[in-house]
Design a protein around this ligand. Structure first.
Ligand SMILES: Nc1ncnc2c1ncn2[C@@H]1O[C@H](COP(=O)(O)OP(=O)(O)O)[C@@H](O)[C@H]1O
Ligand SMILES: [Mg+2]
Length: 273
């Protein structure tokens, strides 16, 4: 599929309801492909456009705080490690191994209490989720799902989830809260392999919209390499950008390096609601 032309920016500014119907975005892909860089860039970009952005680091090897240039990354408490609160809210305190728990625990106070705001972006750390094998839906997963659903109740909010490599840990429940999945791929055989695996899983999980983003493209050879592997879904090619290296991987609020590309993603989503 051909890349869509860039919407002219005046037209873009007029779009008041940017991604109104697609406000839960999960970013996936092989480790190193650029998930966190793109999650951070998209967050900063949307925040500057007036969106209330909630960025959730769902990678156990979390480093979004650092990528955003947040000076106290250790201050963030992983949500799945809030044992007491999760037990209390899912009614599993003192219940031993009883298999029943509250599926829709109250989480309304959690975002404010356990997030930090930096450069207009609310950042939360999810911690290590349990694998969702065989439809397992443990209290932690119920808690996370409630949290993600809750975050979307308010208008003007966008949730961006930077996932761990692969999406094996996603349960149907959590996946149902995802509107758009961006799969970041780079021109290497291993990245292509992971991308194919994620595409299959996303289909099984019934994710509504799955878009492929080819990152770190040096030249036409890279572009052709990826295009030949996927006949559809590719919506954007992001060039390899040495500016990112100069910045040591940090995407702070002054950073406009990937703004054009982020604008293309949003325009695409806006046009394909
Ligand atoms: N388009 C790009 N051009 C150059 N370097 C990039 C690009 N996208 C990402 N990177 C770099 O690649 C490395 C891995 O990116 P990162 O976002 O941490 O990957 P992931 O979160 O998928 O593991 C980082 O050093 C980042 O700065
Ligand atoms: Mg990452």
């Amino acid at each position: 599929m051909k890349e869509k032309p860039l919407t002219n920016s005046r037209q873009f500014d007029k779009i008041k309801t940017v991604i109104s119907k697609t406000s839960k975005i999960a970013v996936t892909g092989k480790g190193g492909a650029g998930k966190s860089t793109i999650s951070a860039s998209l967050s900063i970009f949307l925040s500057k456009k007036g969106k209330d952005v909630w960025l959730i680091d769902c990678d156990p090897d979390a480093n979004l705080a650092t990528i955003l240039g947040y000076p106290y990354p250790d201050k963030l408490q992983p949500i799945v490690e809030l044992k007491e609160i999760i037990q209390e809210r899912t009614l599993t305190k003192n219940s031993g191994s009883v298999p029943f728990f509250k599926m829709n625990p109250d989480v309304s106070d959690i975002p404010e209490k356990f997030s930090v705001e930096h450069n207009g972006v609310h950042l939360m750390l999810m911690g290590k989720m349990k694998p969702a094998k065989g439809g397992c839906f443990c209290p932690e997963n119920a808690f996370v799902k409630s949290l993600i659903s809750h975050l979307l109740l308010k208008e003007n909010e966008v949730v961006i989830m930077d996932m761990e490599a692969g999406i094996e840990h996603l349960s149907r429940g959590t996946a149902s809260a995802v509107d758009v999945m961006l799969i970041i791929t780079e021109p290497s055989f291993s990245s292509i392999e992971t991308t194919k695996r994620i595409l299959t899983l996303a289909k099984q999980l019934n994710i509504k919209k799955v878009l492929l983003i080819a990152n770190k493209i040096h030249n036409d050879r890279d572009r052709d390499f990826i295009t030949n592997k996927f006949s559809e879904n590719i919506v954007l090619f992001i060039p390899y950008n040495t500016e990112l290296e100069k910045n040591r991987g940090v995407i702070d609020s002054d950073n406009k390096i990937l703004d054009k590309e982020m604008e293309k993603i949003i325009s695409y989503l806006e046009e394909n609601k």
